[in-house]
Each structure stands twice: as C-alpha cells, then as structure tokens.
Design a protein around this ligand. Structure first.
Ligand SMILES: [Zn+2]
Length: 347
C-alpha cells in the first residue's frame, strides 16, 4: 500500500528520535506539547526555527518586524529570491509548515517593544533569541525574568558566536553578563560582515539547547557562556554568575522604559514606525485606498508594500510601517502622517 505523497504519520516522522533512547517517546511528547517563541527570523532564527520545527516542537510563534532583503539570502536559509519584500514571518511560517505539517506555526509581524513584549511572549515555554541588537535583547531578557521563561541567547557575527541559557532565579541573566551595552558600540553585520555558516552553527546550537530544555535531557548551558571562534575552531565555555544589583534579575529596582515609537533597522536607511495605538486595518480595504494614490509593489497576506515619492513602505494591519530611504526621524513621521491620512486614520 502506498500512501498519498506528502502524508506522513507522527510515528514515521519522528521514528529516529523516538528510538533515540535519551529522548524516546516521552521526550517527543514533551516537545509536541511545547510552545516556543522565536524572536527575529534572520540568520539565527531561520536556522533554529527550522530545526525546532522538524524536531516536532508543537507550536512555534515567529516574531519579526522585517521584510526579506537581497543581502539576507546568503545566511537566512528560509528565503529565496522569490520571497524578496515579503514579511519574513509570513515566508518562514509557510516554509516551516511545509517542512513539518504536524506542527503549528504562528506568524507575528510585529515590532517587539515594551508595550507588547509580555503579550507576544505569553504562553511560551521557551524564548529563542534571533536578534541583531542589544536593545531588544534587554527587553526580552527582562520579560523572561518576570515571566520565568528560559531565554536561549545566541549571537553571531563574522566567524564568531556566543550561546547561553538564561533562566533566573536559577541562573544569571543576560544583563548580569552583558550589562549596559549600547548598540552603537557594537559591530553590526552590515559593517563587520558575516559568513553564512556562522549563524547556521549558532542557530543550530540554540535549537539543540531548546530541545534539551523542553525534553529535559542532557545538561544545558545554564550558568555557562559558550564562546566560539570558527576561524581556528576554538570552542570554550566560561562559568557566569549573578551580578550584584543587576536591575533585571534582582527583585528591587525593576525599571521600565517607555515603548519606542521609532526604531532604525540594522544598517539600512529604514525605520520602523509604530502607530500611537495599534490600528485594526483590513488589508483588503486598505489596499483599495492605497492603490488609488500609491504604486503598489505587492500585497501579501500580512502586508502591503508600496512606493510613495522615493520611499518604499511596508504597511501592516496594526498600522505599523517600515519606511525605506528616509534620512531622519522627522521625514519618517511626516510620511507616516500622510499615509495614515490617506487611510482615513487621524492620529
Ligand atoms: Zn541579572
């Protein structure tokens, strides 16, 4: 008897993991009952999400504000030339569901900020870091501390990378180890460059740690930081400890920063502009309005991408916009006001 192509049962799909005695049927069930939030679907997130999907994590929530760009393709392995300009989470969710129809994948095309971080991470058994900046990592770190959710940290650039698992109060947190880093001081991918295999390895290591955490097998990097230099294949771990007075994981002195309206994206003349309050736009209706005044480049399930003067704008249903080719905040806000006005949304 031949089955129809593409149909596959749970026992068939996971047979090599189920016979692996350390994981077994019990570990596989634990994975299937788990929810993982992956923040950032770039070089790290496309890799960790793929391994977590095919490993059988029951639910994945993909959170990313960005769209696919040509310079992403050499390392962000879920995307190809046909996916350019589409929201990353939309493309990722489609590819991951194709890879494993037994899991559920949720695409969240939002800009993670102080106001929505707890809502976006709620219900997750584990949060996986696919980010390229410290500002958002700190937000996630603090939310994970408050919600008592393990945070699988990863970072990759050039031929180097780090991985750790933060799970206070059992372990130190991100800010115990890397306090007060300003993104302006760090080298970013657009300046330093990165080999595609670097986030490939680090993202795979993050998936490994996540599977171990969820299935409760092996011993994870809790309390240790893994340091990798692929230029000479150095791998080492250092013990890390809680920092006295860490504002993130010590009970006193929790501080909260206001949500950010306007955020520049790594290395591009692109800015993310959040609405004052989330809107509930019907994209099909917005499309009819927008195409009367603007040149629509594409309409996807989660976004409309159109040009206005020399800007390319990606509009999402909550009113968030990615605006390209802007030189300063004032002109970005002016463009946002004009688009909202066309849509009949007064601020
Ligand atoms: Zn801390």
């Amino acid at each position: 008897m031949h089955k129809p192509r593409g149909r596959i049962s749970y026992d068939e799909y996971y047979s090599r993991q189920i016979i692996f005695k350390e994981l077994g049927r019990r570990g596989q069930r634990r994975l299937a009952r788990s929810t993982v939030a992956i923040v950032g679907l770039g070089g790290l997130g496309t890799v960790s999400s793929l391994y977590l999907t095919v490993a059988g994590v029951g639910r994945l929530r993909l959170i990313d504000q960005d769209t696919v760009e040509p310079d992403n393709l050499h390392r962000q392995i879920l995307y190809g030339p046909d996916d350019l300009s589409y929201p990353k989470v939309e493309v990722s969710a489609k590819k991951l569901e194709e890879a494993n129809p037994l899991v559920r994948v949720e695409a969240v095309p939002e800009n993670l900020n102080e106001k929505n971080v707890e809502r976006l991470l709620s219900g997750a058994d584990c949060v996986v870091d696919g980010l390229d900046n410290m500002r958002t990592r700190y937000l996630i770190n603090r939310a994970c501390v408050r919600m008592r959710v393990p945070y699988v940290y990863g970072a990759a650039i050039g031929m180097e990378g780090n991985v750790s698992v933060f799970s206070p109060p059992e372990t130190p947190c991100l800010e115990c180890v890397f306090p007060g880093i300003d993104d302006a001081e760090l080298q970013s991918c657009d300046v330093r460059g990165v080999l595609g295999a670097t986030p490939g390895i680090i993202g795979s290591l993050q998936a490994m740690e996540t599977v171990k955490l969820l299935a409760r097998i092996g011993s994870t990097l809790k309390g240790r930081l893994l340091i990798c230099d692929f230029s000479d294949m150095f791998f080492g771990t250092v013990d890390i400890s809680k920092r006295e007075g860490c504002p993130a994981c010590q009970p006193t002195g929790m501080v909260s920063k206001a949500g950010e309206k306007l955020v520049w994206l790594c290395g591009r003349n692109t800015v993310n502009v959040n609405p004052n309050r989330p809107l509930r736009l019907k994209l099909s209706e917005a499309y009819e309005t927008i195409r009367q005044d603007f040149n629509v480049r594409l309409k996807s399930r989660l976004a409309i991408i159109f040009t206005y003067k020399n800007h390319e704008i990606s509009l999402f249903s909550d009113g968030r916009m990615l605006i390209k080719n802007v030189k300063d905040e004032e002109s970005a806000l002016r463009v946002q006001r004009q688009v909202l006005k066309k849509l009949g949304q007064t601020k």
